[in-house]
Write a protein that binds this ligand. Structure first.
Ligand SMILES: *Cc1c(COP(=O)(O)O)cnc(C)c1O
Length: 369
């Protein structure tokens, strides 16, 4: 039986491996292992790619989010117990960044079609303590619009993007990472732009915020031994930075290949039991995940597994049902709960899945009943 793996990172990096090895050798021989020109180069490459003025490389995506919020606190924009609007359907890191900063997450339900923040629910949740909308481009679908921009402007809120999953996406020609006041990127190996280890970045057009993030990720210091903040250590390694600069050249091509696979699924999957993803208005989806919903998910997954198709779940437990947030368990968030109960991610990595594979997977799915 033919196997259709969900994701194999060794295969993902195989096409880049020769150059990645050359990069590693160059950096080993160069003797410079933290900071330096490779990091500066990647920061400038990513800023140029997104259209943002500033980019700061950091240790990972969670730190990128934590550092943005911490920087806003240090700059006096936010203080303890201020409220941050955030979708109830996201990866837990989005919310961890908020609570880690002693800020209060206000979980707002997603739209059941896009799985992203339901913008019609935002205004009713704004209070005098609300300081930001932390929007998440979940599964690669940009979550931003003129409506969101106006709400933020009218209420004096920052828009912060969790762009861990959305690199390369756009809305009306504006790239993710340059839609709001600041954006967090993750280059965790499974993301569309994946490092070979942990890595992240912050983009912004605000020079003060960029400096604060840079200082906070470097012991609170911009100049050695001159500490303005009680910072932490969260920096991008040059070895990851240089590999990312190389892989960034291919991200548009990779995202196009994901969109092509998605279009095959969209066209070929006709089983009424399976709800397909929606692209939303004016948004360019990058299909970090291709997520369908099936009422009888467990049986669907077992069936696919028995037919050689690997799947994953993003994510099986809603944030407010996680043990670490037991104080939220009384919240009524039925849309997030339904999504957590019904979503299944299909293979979408262009390195691991061909167009023919996607058609075969669709065929297998159509025979599920
Ligand atoms: C991966 C991810 C993060 C965290 O990034 P790390 O680099 O793993 O810390 C945050 N938010 C979302 C939506 C993610 O998918």
């Amino acid at each position: 039986m033919k196997k259709y793996p969900f994701l194999d990172l060794g295969i993902v990096n195989r096409r880049y491996a020769d150059e990645l090895k050359r990069i590693c050798c160059r950096i080993i021989d160069g003797g410079y292992y933290v900071g330096g020109n490779d990091v500066k180069q990647f920061e400038s490459d990513l800023a140029e790619y997104t259209g943002s003025r500033h980019c700061v490389g950091v240790g990972n995506g969670l730190d990128a989010l934590r550092l943005i919020l911490r920087a806003y606190k240090e700059l006096g924009v936010m203080k303890d117990h201020d409220e941050i609007i955030v979708p109830s359907n996201t990866y837990i890191a989005t919310v961890l960044a908020i609570t880690d900063n002693n800020l209060t997450p206000v979980l707002v339900e997603p739209d059941i079609k896009t799985y992203n923040l339901d913008e019609s629910l935002i205004e009713s949740r704004i209070t005098s303590k609300t300081k930001a909308i932390l929007t998440v481009h979940l599964y690669g679908l940009p979550s931003y619009s003129e409506t969101m921009r106006c709400i933020a402007r009218d209420h004096g809120l920052k828009i912060i993007e969790d762009n861990a999953q959305g690199i390369g996406g756009s809305v009306d020609g504006i790239r993710t990472g340059n839609m709001g006041d600041a954006a967090a990127f993750s280059f965790y190996p499974t993301k569309n732009l994946g490092a070979l280890g942990d890595a992240g970045a912050v983009t912004t057009n605000d020079p003060e915020l960029a400096d604060a993030v840079r200082a906070l990720g470097n012991y609170g210091s911009l100049r050695q031994y001159d500490n303005i903040y009680q910072g932490l250590n969260s920096r991008l390694d040059p070895i990851q930075a240089a590999m990312l600069s190389y892989k960034l050249k291919f991200i548009d091509e990779e995202n196009e290949a994901r969109r092509l696979l998605a279009s095959v699924y969209n066209r070929e999957i006709t089983n009424p039991e399976v709800i397909l993803p929606s692209e939303g208005k004016g948004a360019q989806h990058t299909y970090h995940q291709y997520v369908v919903r099936v009422a009888d998910r467990q049986r669907f997954r077992e069936y696919l597994d028995a037919n050689g198709v690997g799947t994953a779940i993003h994510y099986p437990t809603a944030i407010h049902h996680q043990k670490c947030y037991s104080y939220m368990k009384g919240l009524s968030l039925p849309v997030a709960e339904r999504i957590a109960a019904e979503v299944v991610s299909l293979p979408i990595s262009p390195a691991c899945t061909s167009v023919e594979d996607a058609a075969s997977i669709a065929d297998i799915i159509n025979k599920f009943s």
